[in-house]
Design a binder for this molecule. Structure first.
Ligand code: SF4
Length: 406
């Protein structure tokens, strides 16, 4: 397990298969956060968990707890490459296919050289899916799952003028195709080329693809729209006679007792599973229809929001200056100050970033506040600068004004 130093102690990343965490494993993570760290648990934008404030003398204990909970990799050197994103609503079949991909990646030692940032997406066409994150390799089910459209270094085509998928493969070829693509990437990439986009900026994509055989009949295919707002609230599950409930912890941050309570909720009212999502939220699947109201009330009582228009569901912030030496402002605290000042039912998502690295956002966000100094931010809208060096109150006023003008 990689534990990296941060301003507030060690930062440990726990990679979850498709964001899934059993109630038992969730209790183990909560125990680890208390026993080995500061108790702070974050849901990441890749639907993993990270524990903050890990003490230097607690690394071995943390690894032991994670392994006992079944959260470890098949081999230690394969931990970092377990990056296959799924929809929180992925079917059992899609999860099983993703597990075979991850197993094959871990079984091939040559692939352990991949960057921890190298990321794959396996999409089953679900109505709730994160389609904005660029991936090094993506595969999206078509023809009722008989084939997968594939693409590299970007996102799935959704609009008519998006670049089309280069091709499609049969479902039975997915695992060997993925491993062959990754082997070719590892063989061809220069040491400084860590992502597929780096390699394809130097090498023509057709030359990279000449080693593969595709069905080339998917140029007109576009991914059906997904709806990220379905991550929150209660909704019926596709193809199952049960519901799920989704909730957002403010700024993706939980504490150990909240995670324990979520595990209890999943055990007593559902199937004993939690799904972390790429929106840094939590979803409890498998709830009987008549129990959804009770589950939503309990999620609200835990301080989570279930309304996608709630400002705290529309704000993201990196660790900021309390957790990161590069941070120029305490982005988390400033986001909490900003939340009550935002329009109550606005649409804009707002990202507070402690520096230009933009760790909290893996995709473009409508509004970015980039820290200049403690409590002061430059305001960007659609990646264009709008105003400089605003206080949180001034930024809120600007956002309220543009909401009123819209
Ligand atoms: S965006 Fe900058 S300040 Fe924020 S966590 Fe990343 S490196 Fe640190």
């Amino acid at each position: 397990m990689r534990i990296v130093p941060a301003r507030d102690g060690g930062l440990a990343r726990l990679r979850l298969p498709g964001g899934e965490l059993s109630a038992r494993a969730a209790r183990a993570v909560a125990h680890a956060a208390r026993a080995c760290g500061s108790g702070v648990i974050e849901v990441t934008n890749r639907a993993n968990l990270q524990l903050r404030g890990i003490r230097a003398d607690a690394h071995a204990a943390l690894v032991g707890i994670a392994l006992d909970a079944g959260l470890g990799p098949a081999v230690a050197s394969g931990d970092d490459i377990r990056n296959v994103m799924l929809s929180p609503l992925a079917s059992d079949e899609t999860r099983a296919l993703a597990a075979r991909i991850v197993a094959a990646m871990q079984a091939d030692a040559s692939l352990h050289a991949l960057s921890p940032k190298f990321a794959l997406q396996l999409d089953g066409g679900e109505r709730l899916a994160m389609l904005d994150h660029p991936h090094d390799l993506w595969l999206s089910a078509i023809d009722d799952g008989a084939r997968f459209a594939v693409g590299f270094a970007g996102t799935m085509p959704r609009r008519p003028d998006d670049a089309p998928a280069p091709g499609a493969i049969a479902r039975g070829e997915v695992v060997s195709f993925v491993t062959n693509v990754l082997r070719r990437f590892v063989a061809l990439a220069m040491p400084e080329e860590q992502r597929m986009r780096d390699l394809l900026a130097r090498m023509d994509v057709t030359r990279f693809l000449e080693a593969f055989t595709f069905d080339a009949d998917v140029h007109a295919w576009r991914r059906e729209p997904a709806d990220g707002s379905l991550r929150l609230g209660a909704h019926d599950e596709p193809h199952r006679a049960v519901w799920y409930a989704g909730a957002q912890a403010p700024l993706g941050r939980l504490d150990a007792s909240t995670l324990d309570a979520l595990a209890d909720l999943a055990s007593t009212h559902a199937e004993g599973r939690l799904m972390m999502t790429p929106w840094q939220s939590v979803l409890i699947p498998g709830i009987a229809a008549n129990a959804t109201h009770e589950v939503l009330q309990r999620l609200l009582a835990l301080g989570l929001t279930t309304d996608p228009r709630d400002p705290l569901a529309r704000l993201i912030a990196c660790a900021g200056s309390t957790g990161c030496v590069k941070g120029r402002a305490d982005t988390k605290a400033d986001a909490h100050r900003l939340a009550p000042l935002l329009p109550a039912h606005g649409e804009d998502h707002v990202h507070l970033s402690g520096c230009e690295r933009s760790c909290a956002a893996a995709h473009p966000v409508a509004v970015t506040l980039l820290a200049r100094a403690p409590g002061h931010y430059d305001l960007y809208r659609d990646e264009r600068i709008v105003a400089r060096n605003l206080t949180i109150e001034e930024a809120a006023e600007r956002l309220a004004r543009s909401h009123a003008d819209a």
